[in-house]
Design a protein around this ligand. Structure first.
Ligand SMILES: Nc1ncnc2c1ncn2[C@@H]1O[C@H](COP(=O)(O)OP(=O)(O)O)[C@@H](O)[C@H]1O
Ligand SMILES: [Mg+2]
Length: 505
């Protein structure tokens, strides 16, 4: 019979030796409690070491982000529905700032700002997360904007060119085609390798669906991420959306790729920021926006940059959209955004109702850095275009009243009408470089001036097919080099003359 006593003694010795090795530490955790909750924000107490932007977990699985840290009280914006959470509910720190998944798995997906799927597919499998708030690149880590980002819209590519790494504001009243321009810019990346990220903030679900549908049908859907914060969702998600989308976009630019980020729109984002701030009892400033609204938007847009070659040379181009009321560009948010960005595309409701779409106000719109990145041939052709068009707009007012016009004025106006006609471009009908160059060459050589309006339309409609059929050699050269020498230009003009002569008059 085994010696039971010995066994017990042996086991006891073993256990006491193990116990000597095991270090039992107290599990210290701060437990906070909800003081007040409602309208998408909560006041929490009892978390003395919580950090700015920290993710907080509520009992029952709710998520929130710490945005104001006052002694003994934390202001939290909710990132999930808050029903079921009440005063007294428990809150715990997560120990980390709010992060979002980043990676190739997000491409082609429709997700919410925390990376959760909104399409019918499984959650995207990402191996990395990054904080939503990240510092912008230092100046020495940036390079000059030197490569074009073609939007496929002649009025923009020729006269308000955008470069990769630029921040260009699209601004105008509601229903003037702001979203349509940004969508076309994304659709035009079908033929490039630019990764696109679209942040839709507080838009109607039907409009977001229409946009996704258009990009799926005409654009690079497989290379686009849609980050959607619905109008009906928690305000915290709408607030987070542009930062989250920017982090997702930066992942690709850090890998040396060119990325286009559209933020539709920052006016709504500012309104959400104001709503959250007022609910958290921060002091209101001008137009009731809190004092940090400029910082909130500038730190976001500063993240748009062309990275230095030593950092991979990628770029993050940002097209933020802003909505004005009654065309008032001097309101608080529009002026802020205009001062932060590298230029603005201003849309004019009057032009839109007259049928001049895209309704870009060429006189007021500017691009402060894009001209250096413009393909050289467009640069040459666009110089006279801007001038001719501006002259026309000035003179047209007089001719409208039937005033007598001399021969020179008449010619300027007739030429201007051809320019205007050529600049009209339908939704999703993006034009490759060759088509833009051929159109501008025909204008510059006054080939369209003798044509009646119907023939100008026939020219526009038939140009793409004609180029593909008759000029594939020149189109290939143009695409490869972004330029044509003068001999090739003359060749193209001669061919265009034959094309124009064959148009029905
Ligand atoms: N270039 C265009 N040609 C024809 N229709 C357009 C064009 N741009 C926009 N639209 C139409 O105008 C409407 C408003 O455009 P949208 O981009 O949604 O405006 P916003 O974003 O400024 O409110 C849409 O129905 C759109 O299809
Ligand atoms: Mg819109």
């Amino acid at each position: 019979m085994p010696n039971l006593t010995d066994d017990i003694v042996h086991w006891a010795e073993q256990a006491s030796a193990d116990a000597g090795r095991v270090t039992v530490e107290p599990d210290l955790r701060e437990l906070g409690g909800v003081v007040r909750i409602g309208d998408g924000v909560a006041i929490v107490d009892g978390l003395p070491t919580a950090r700015q932007d920290e993710m907080l977990r509520f009992a029952g699985g709710g998520l929130g982000m710490a945005v104001t840290l006052d002694p003994g009280r934390i202001g939290v914006v909710m990132l999930s529905p808050w029903d079921g959470i009440a005063a007294g509910s428990r809150v715990e720190r997560s120990g980390d700032v709010v992060r979002v998944p980043v990676g190739d798995a997000l491409l082609g997906r429709v997700i919410d700002p925390l990376g959760r799927p909104l399409d019918t597919l499984a959650a995207p499998l990402c191996h990395r997360t990054e904080p939503v708030e990240r510092p912008a690149l230092a100046i020495v880590d940036r390079d000059l904007v030197s490569r074009p980002l073609a939007t496929g819209i002649t009025a923009i590519d020729a006269m308000i060119p955008i470069g990769r790494g630029q921040r260009e504001l699209i601004i105008g009243d509601r229903k003037t085609g702001k979203t349509a321009i940004a969508a076309d810019a994304v659709i035009n990346q079908k033929t490039s390798d630019v990764v696109c990220v679209w942040a839709a903030i507080g838009q109607r679900t039907s409009s977001v669906n229409r946009l996704i549908d258009a990009i799926t049908r005409h654009g690079p859907r497989e290379r686009t991420i849609f980050v959607v914060a619905e109008a009906s969702g928690p305000p915290g998600l709408a607030w987070l959306a542009p930062y989250a989308a920017c982090t997702m976009a930066e992942y690709f630019s850090e890998q040396g790729r060119d990325v286009l980020l559209v933020i539709d729109d920052l006016t709504r984002h500012a309104a959400t920021h104001r709503e959250v701030s007022l609910l958290l009892r921060r002091p209101p400033g001008r137009e009731a926006y809190p004092g940090d609204i400029f910082y909130a938007q500038s730190r976001l847009l500063e993240r748009g940059a062309r990275r230095a070659a030593s950092l991979g040379g990628g770029s993050l181009t940002i097209l933020p959209i802003a909505e004005t009321q009654g065309g008032n560009l001097t309101a608080y948010i529009p002026t802020n955004l205009i001062s932060i960005t590298d230029g603005q595309i201003i849309l004019d409701p009057k032009l839109f109702y007259e049928g001049q779409k895209p309704a870009v106000n060429v006189g007021l719109s500017v691009s402060r850095v894009g001209a250096k990145a413009q393909p050289p041939i467009l640069q040459r052709l666009a110089g006279s275009l801007r001038l001719d068009y501006a002259q026309f707009l000035e003179l047209e007012v007089f001719t409208r009243f039937g005033a007598m016009a001399d021969e020179h004025t008449r010619r300027v106006v007739e030429h201007g009408r051809r320019i205007r006609s050529l600049l009209i471009q339908g939704n999703t009908q993006v034009r490759p470089l060759a088509e833009q160059v051929a159109g501008l060459l025909a204008l510059g050589e006054n080939l369209l001036d003798p044509l009646p309006p119907a023939a100008v339309l026939a020219f526009k409609d038939g140009l793409a097919a004609w180029l593909a059929g008759e000029c594939s050699d020149l189109v290939g050269r143009l695409e490869a080099e972004g330029d044509l020498d003068s001999a090739a230009c003359s060749d193209l003009v001669a061919r265009l003359k034959r094309f124009v002569a064959g148009l029905p008059s």
